[in-house]
Design a protein around this ligand. Structure first.
Ligand code: F0G
Length: 462
């Protein structure tokens, strides 16, 4: 896995080529290549890509030329230009075009959320819906890039441990790139929608009797023994691909950063990637100021929240995680140090939200006609808390990153609307507050009168 790369040469002469390298986030070692587990061989911490030319004091790029080049690509019919990841390839390590595996990922919409805006008292509230990616989650933006690096490295097998979305995405990209994929998922703790994706895309899917963190441990041991390419977000190519969500967002906002970006936190790769992109864009003068990047966790899976609030970010205590938002049911997040760095650099905040707050927020996003999976809804639930604490002010602009599609976990949604989600659980009493958001299906006889009566009743209540 070579670490020296040049960005793709461009026809625009004002845009220089740059070199990128790997660096350990802890000891600063700069290895020429990464080991199988993508850990620093000197100290065991995570690796990241950095671009020495961007911090040399010399302007690496002409920002205006770069922005215009990226815009022009939107009218191109070339596969790489149509991808919302590869379109920004100047800010990524170089991967030769013949190895690029793309499903035209990225290009996700930015929506206004008028009802949620009214409910939170934040007038300028938008959501970037990463669930509108080819496999319906944000994972595709990192996966197109990291799967392509596996292809470039001539790997036959790729593998990941997952709470369901990484595995769905990896299986799809592996299939497109003619590679085999191995999925390790916690048995019974991922949604059927996600499991069905990896089966259909042809992965070898192993449901292990453990949690996500247990799957990660086994996978790390496996990659040290077998020539299998690790596609979890400790792989720095994943982070590079996921950076493009933030670049695309800034382009959609005409390069005027919002005051706040709010993301869910699980394994903390996504927040790290978005934060890295923001810092790099400021360095390259593509944006002039940084949005505050805030990270929200479920209360039952909140090791990062506790790390920041209780230990000032000095350590992270792993925990046994539990939340119905299964995507973020993670007790030992790999990228917590990277996330801490961007939290501090952007002046963001951490929050935790309850199961009922997540379910209510999900229904509220749904009522705006957008919808998302439970883990994504922590962003709106977190925003409410950040409004209460005064961290987010009414006049400020906020972008929520919705990470997965509503149809990823229909079980959760149906149970919520039927009133079954919290029945018999300690949350039952708290859940009564969210009852007004429930829209249980109405079962009627096949007769017109019954339907009209139902319609009239709904009209009276609206
Ligand atoms: N939202 C969704 C829908 C997710 O699937 C995940 C993570 C996150 C948020 C958290 O992102 O881990 O980068 O902090 N899902 C992983 C998976 C762990 O295996 O699919 P993170």
């Amino acid at each position: 896995m070579a670490a020296f790369h040049r960005t793709v040469p461009l026809s625009t002469p004002r845009i220089a080529e740059t070199v990128c390298r790997l660096r350990c986030i802890n000891c600063g070692d700069t290895p020429d290549s990464a080991s199988q587990d993508f850990r620093c061989t000197a100290c065991g911490d995570l690796l990241e890509f950095f671009f020495p030319g961007w911090t040399s004091g010399q302007p690496a790029f002409d920002p205006a030329a770069l922005k215009s080049l990226w815009l022009t690509r939107r009218t191109s019919s070339a596969a790489l230009d149509q991808s919302g990841v590869w379109r920004f390839r100047e800010l990524l390590p170089h991967i030769a075009e013949e190895h690029a595996i793309t499903l035209r990922e990225g290009n996700t919409p930015l929506y206004h959320l008028p009802r949620c805006a009214r409910a939170t008292g934040v007038e300028n509230l938008q959501a970037k819906h990463q669930g509108m990616n080819p496999t319906a989650s944000f994972k595709d933006t990192g996966m197109t890039f990291a799967a392509s690096s596996a292809h470039q490295g001539k790997f036959k097998w790729v593998a990941c441990a997952s709470t369901g979305n990484t595995s769905a995405s990896m299986a799809a990209y592996a299939a497109r790139g003619n590679m085999h994929s191995l999925v390790l998922i916690p048995e019974g703790k991922i949604s059927w929608g996600k499991l069905s994706q990896s089966l259909d895309y042809g992965a070898l899917t192993c449901q292990l009797r453990t949690d996500f963190d247990g799957c990660v441990r086994i996978l790390n041991d496996l990659v040290r023994q077998k020539p299998v390419y690790l596609l979890n977000s400790v792989n720095p190519y994943r982070i590079e691909g996921q950076k493009t969500a933030a670049i695309e967002l800034m382009e959609q906002l005409a390069w005027e950063p919002p005051d706040h970006i709010i993301v869910p936190g699980g394994n903390l790769g996504n927040s790290s990637a978005i934060g890295k992109a923001l810092l790099e864009m400021r360095e390259l003068k593509l944006i002039s100021r940084l949005p505050k990047l805030s990270i929200i966790q479920a209360k039952g899976a909140n090791p990062f929240y506790r790390s920041v609030r209780e230990f000032g970010g000095k350590k992270l205590e792993p925990m046994t995680a539990d939340t119905l938002a299964t995507a973020i049911r993670i007790g030992n997040p790999a990228s917590w140090k990277k996330a801490l760095r961007v939290l501090q650099a952007t002046g963001g905040e951490v929050e935790e939200v309850t199961e009922v707050e997540i379910a209510a927020a999900k229904a509220e996003i749904g009522a705006d006609g957008i919808g998302c999976e439970p883990a994504s809804a922590v962003t709106l639930a977190g925003l409410k808390k950040l409004r209460q604490s005064g961290f987010v002010k009414p006049g400020e602009s906020v972008v929520l990153i919705l990470t997965g599609h509503l149809l990823k976990d229909p079980d959760f949604t149906i149970k919520f609307h039927r009133g079954d989600l919290f029945a018999g659980t300690p949350e039952e009493t708290e859940a009564a507050q969210a009852k007004y958001l429930q829209r249980a299906p109405v079962v009627l006889g096949a007769n017109l009168g019954a339907v009209i009566a139902s319609l009239d009743a709904a009209e009276r209540n609206s």
